[in-house]
Design a protein around this ligand. Structure first.
Ligand code: TRH
Length: 366
């Protein structure tokens, strides 16, 4: 598939991305992916300020320094400021994080004012298109806009880079971080990757899968063996057809690759959710549970889009899986879902053939 990108002759700009890690890895995951896309696909200069560098570095550990990205501690955004400061062209507040006050003061006295964008969470809900790219008037007079990722036209699109190539691995291309886990895989077994939140009925789910006669290698993301209490309390009752493999925390690019190599993926926050779709495989989105049940609305909005035009078997299997129904109820219906997942991958790539979120950001700014 050919992708239209912002042309080289378009502005080469300086970007400051602010990433505050509230919990988990998703904030760092999205900011790192965006920084990488701006620098490597669009030749932009990026400074990424983060309040939790150890977490960011975990994800970014496979990318030897990309020349046009500087990863900096949060405080570096104001501690070395010269006056008048040389402001960037664009400032991104990821997920409505607040800019450090002293940094913002610096922008106010800078001769050239940047454009500030509030990069919001991804949602398939219809209202997103109405709020995308709307101005957010500031008492300071700085120009600020909302930027909403989304699935529909007239949204900010999806962060699709790097587009994964599909196909089975040769032993040579298994990433180093996964090589010892990969050596445990059984050639005739299916593969499921698992990355979900605590609270998922994972133990029961795996035990039920054990009753389907399926031969499956389960690749548990870092920390998930503890999540199912393996080795603690009542031992998991699994037949030999189900093998558990505990993975270390792997760099983001390796995690992307892993999803393409599995037959089914359990994913959770917005970044792994998009990557599972790009992997073109059936998946279970364990959406982050919110107290006001907003996640149910978000999940329904996504499924309404995802299942448009899907056959009955796919609808049943997917709705059941996403509701954490036990695999015995739907596991055998996956062949139609597989075909649908691959069609959906092509659809989102087509919808984002303009380069997706990073390219739309650039076009919006310029
Ligand atoms: O970690 P997450 O659950 O993060 C989410 C987001 O922060 C979200 O905004 C917030 O609302 C929610 O938590 C509470 O899931 P997500 O978004 O899928 O991000 C995980 C990132 O971690 C993704 O970029 C993939 C990466 N990753 C690795 O790099 N290596 C690994 O081994 C694993 C398991 C993940």
């Amino acid at each position: 598939m050919s992708c239209f990108r912002v042309s080289k002759s378009e502005l080469l700009m300086r970007w400051d991305i602010f990433c505050q890690i509230v919990d988990n890895y998703g904030d760092a995951g999205v900011c790192w992916r965006l920084a990488r896309s701006l620098a490597t696909q669009h030749q932009q200069q990026v400074r990424l300020f983060c309040d939790d560098l150890p977490t960011l570095n975990l994800l970014a550990s496979d990318s030897h320094r990309i020349a046009d990205i500087e990863i900096l501690p949060w405080e570096a955004s104001f501690s070395n400021a010269r006056h008048p400061i040389e402001a960037p062209d664009v400032v991104i507040e990821a997920f409505a994080c607040h800019l450090p006050e002293r940094y913002q003061t610096g922008l106010l006295i800078a001769p050239q004012k940047p454009l500030i964008l509030n990069l919001e969470y991804l949602s398939a809900e219809p209202w997103v298109a109405e709020c995308h790219a709307k101005a957010s008037p500031q008492p300071t007079g700085l120009s600020k806009y909302f930027f909403f990722p989304g699935f529909q036209p007239n949204t900010g699109g999806l962060l699709i880079d790097p587009i994964p190539s599909l196909g089975t691995e040769s032993q040579d291309c298994v990433p180093a971080s996964l090589s010892s886990s990969w050596s445990q895989l059984r050639p005739d077994a299916e593969r499921i990757s698992v990355f979900c939140y605590p609270g998922a009925p994972l133990r029961e789910w795996l035990e039920d899968l054990g009753n389907t006669n399926a031969k499956v290698d389960i690749l548990l993301s870092f920390g998930h063996a503890e999540l199912i209490g393996n080795g603690v309390g009542r031992p998991l009752s699994l037949p030999p057809s189900i093998q558990l493999i505990a993975l270390p925390f792997i760099p983001q690019g390796d995690y992307d690759w892993l999803l393409t190599q599995c037959d089914f993926n359990i994913v959770r926050g917005e970044d792994s959710f998009v990557r599972a779709q790009l992997a073109g495989k059936p998946f279970l989105w364990h959406i982050y549970p919110q107290d006001d049940l907003a996640h149910e609305v978000k999940l329904k909005a996504f499924l309404d889009l995802y299942l448009q035009g899907a056959d009955r078997a796919t609808q049943d299997a997917c709705q059941s899986a996403m509701a954490w129904k036990m695999p015995r109820a739907w596991w055998q219906k996956r062949s139609e879902w597989r075909a649908h997942a691959s069609v959906w991958r092509e659809k989102i790539l087509l919808d984002n053939q303009d380069g997706g979120l990073a390219a739309r950001l650039l076009r919006f700014v310029s």
